[in-house]
Design a binder for this molecule. Sequence first.
Ligand code: GLC
Length: 527
Amino acid sequence: MEKWYRNAAVYQIYPRSFYDSNGDGIGDLAGITEKLPYIKDLGASAIWLSPFYPSPMIDFGYDVCNYNDVDPIFGTIADFDGLVAAAHESDIRVFIDYIPNHTSHLHPWFIESRSSKNNPKRDWYIWKENEGEVPNNWLSVFGGSGWELDPITDCYYFHSFLKEQPDLNWRNPQVQNAMKNVLRFWLDRGVDGFRIDAIYFMYKDPEFRDNPLNPNYQPGIMDPYQTHLHTYSFGLPETLDMLKEFCDVLGEYKDTFMVSEVYAPVPDLIPFFKICSPRIHSPFNMNLISMPWDAVCYREHIEEIEENLTMEDTPNYVLGNHDRSRVATRLGPSRARLLAFLQLTLRGMPFIYYGDEIGMEDVPIKSEDAQDPWEKNVPGMGFGRDPARTPMQWSAKKFAGFSSAKPWLPIAENYVERNVEAESKDASSMLNVYKTLLKARKDLPALHHGAYSSITTDNHALYAFERVAEEEKLIIILNFSDQEQPVHLLGIGEVIATTDGRPAETTTTDLNSLVLQPFEGYLVRLS
Ligand code: GLC
């Protein structure tokens, strides 16, 4: 039987910003449960929850102080169990975030580790003696040195991210076991999969060699973290070995899947797809986030993926997440719509960041309102992630129907028009395009599990491909330009969907005489 994850559309929820059920201005698990009917109606087949674990929230939950519980801000473990049960009842699978690289500085493991040099947990983190200067030149992603001098024992510990996020020592087998048991804890509670955070940071050079300088660094333009190439503190080969061990843990359970956070070009992603047998893991493919707007670039990228993967692999495409500017802001609404059309008609697992389905945009945040620690550490360079994390826009009501209290981040100014309720009533809304295509992914065999192949056209503004399964052949044609484009392909078929929303009635089109409007996309079933 076809595995659910081979074509699952996954909806990413940032719990703080999805729906606030208890009126404190912060979203919660019960709020997510309440909104499951919306996710079902949208047509997503799985949700991924960004962290909800107990945390001082210095990095908004990516600083965990107990892996096996729920932060009171988000509810209780009973709320979590209720959410999983309700999701499963609606045939929605649940992925959760797994954060192996670092804990919070308030995690009991770190409190013990830092307490003395001979504490049994000392070696659970990465410690170096104080010899008068920082142990080497390794940097923190969020700014400055990655080393922090801890006064308790006068030694340095390493943190790839904030100093309040000390890195675990994955060369210690006790850490490996404890963290594998975290996977089992949640698998036993019924989760269907994990999104592995910051996986490429897990292993560090055992000799702690200095990282080389980046010869292409451009001061003032590039992130100061990019002054070095992170040869010895990032992307070590041991990562894949441990990933395989994670797969073995998941293999103890039925029908589970993992995705891991890797930003890399296709050749570096392929080994991550192939590491587990059976293929229960895919790395995120983030490449569409930064792809130049060019039909040929997109086509070549998808071909590279398809040529390197088999039907047993699960490709995936990410257009946005809680760390990146929203797709509608990066590209503008028309291009974002066309890109969603592409994403939802490709093979594999599309990831949909909450709110992108209604075309939510980045919300400008005044410096005094900044919440994100990255913005606070490296201000004014545009690294802050708050603009893409603002509350979901449910309706035209006060606070966009997200909460009865003032939300933790401001609401977009355009929420009165751009919200779920308004778009539900508008046949040509972005939301309607998502719903139509997500439904088609379930109903049409070729979209559900069909093979992909590109269609050659001489017109470089167009990207066309087909999906084929059994007797069904679908053609997808996308116009990447801001001009009308004649299509000139052979075939007559039924229009299933367009970027304008579902056609009012069933229409037939001759692909030879079809003319696409600027940024228009068509999905046609050949007769
Ligand atoms: C990942 C998360 C990001 C977080 C970082 C540190 O990149 O997606 O939000 O800040 O890891 O945990």
